[in-house]
Design a protein around this ligand. Structure first.
Ligand code: ACO
Length: 317
């Protein structure tokens, strides 16, 4: 027993920020960002919270699933940009949609949705939950330093969601963590403690881009191979690859290393940029909405990010 997908959905805030817009803030250009990252524009929240975006994605997925909020008994949100440390984004989504389900967040940076999905599978397999809403939602614009050209051009805001239930379609998965705060690090505030003696750090993304790049290419290749082996699926039999949209060159490298044709990779990085935990569910919803995803298709999902962490799974749609 595992799970099957009943519906997917996503939400992107309406404000479009182009590369030319960012070139007015930092020393960069549309040409550099397009060639080195693959992003042309990103969506940025002006006043919507992470929970607002998560709620809209959840409602879109619910509508497609044919279920009602009252049918959902588990809500998990992968996020590193919760609006408040308490309540969780998931608890706010629960209230917003009118569900009674248990709800909590998972923090695993860009792998957050994948870790959340795996957790939902475990809950459903144990019979603790019947129908789950699994969401990835991020308002990364609030933790970006818009004076740092090496990070602010990469990221965007948004949310993606999936409704899952008992089924046989989650064929295999793999997860990985290697504790490391040198490659990717987002410090938090120390608060109002009068006893703190250290230095307050800037609460924004600190990233060693090249190390992240190498980690990404290695993990994607290894994770998809491991998940495919566990599912007894040849790499050539994968119909669609839905990767974390971090950098177009990472996706191209992955295609070459895995020897899976690039036209099987779903791409929306040009329009959405890197939305961290929201990236995979937004891409999955995009693929689902495109009409290219057919019942029985083999889909590989894969993400990597801070932690350092990574995960992949194989789904029979
Ligand atoms: N515009 C113009 N020039 C730039 C910019 C910019 N926006 N950013 C960096 N540069 C410059 C650098 O200063 C450097 O200049 P120099 O040679 O004069 O020193 C030059 O471009 C090359 O810099 P690199 O860092 O070597 O550029 P690279 O090709 O590695 O691209 C990037 C940087 C885009 C960050 C890339 O390394 C990358 O995508 N890494 C992976 C990031 C990722 O996947 N993150 C996902 C996880 S995020 C999470 O979990 C929250």
């Amino acid at each position: 027993m595992s799970i099957r997908f009943l519906g997917t959905g996503c939400y992107l805030p309406p404000k479009v920020v182009t590369n030319d817009d960012l070139a007015k803030l930092v020393d960069t250009s549309d040409e550099w960002i397009t060639q080195r990252v693959g992003v042309k524009e990103r969506r940025v929240s002006v006043n919507e919270t992470t929970a607002d975006m998560a709620t809209k994605a959840a409602l879109a997925a619910l509508e497609k699933s044919g279920l009602e909020a009252c049918d959902i008994d588990l809500i998990i949100v992968g996020t590193i940009t919760s609006d408040t440390l308490c309540p969780s984004v998931a608890a706010t989504v629960q209230r917003n949609i009118g569900s009674q389900g248990i709800a909590f967040d998972i923090s695993s940076a860009c792998s957050g949705f994948m870790f959340s999905l795996e957790t939902a599978v475990a809950y459903i397999e144990r019979g603790v939950a019947k129908n789950a809403l699994v969401i990835g939602a991020e308002r990364l614009s609030k933790i970006l330093d818009y004076t740092d050209r090496s990070t602010c051009v990469i990221f965007g805001d948004g949310a993606g969601a999936a409704v899952v239930t008992k089924g046989e379609n989650y064929l295999s998965s793999t997860m990985y963590t290697s504790g490391n705060d040198e490659v990717l690090y987002i410090p938090d505030n120390v608060g109002l403690s009068p006893f703190y003696e250290g230095e307050e750090q800037k609460r924004c993304v600190h990233m060693d881009g090249q190390e992240t790049f190498k980690f990404a290419v290695n993990r994607i290749t290894q994770d998809i191979k491991t998940a495919a082996e566990k599912a007894n699926i040849a790499l050539g039999d994968i119909d669609h690859v839905v990767l974390h949209q971090a950098n177009i060159r990472i996706l191209e490298f992955a295609s070459k290393r895995l020897k899976i044709p690039f036209d099987r990779f779903f791409i929306n990085i040009d329009k959405c940029a890197n939305t961290s935990a929201a990236s995979v569910p937004i891409a999955l919803a995009g693929l689902d909405a495109s009409g290219k995803l057919k019942r029985g298709d083999i889909v590989a999902l894969s993400a990597f990010g801070g932690g350092l962490s990574s995960a992949a799974c194989i789904i029979k749609w």
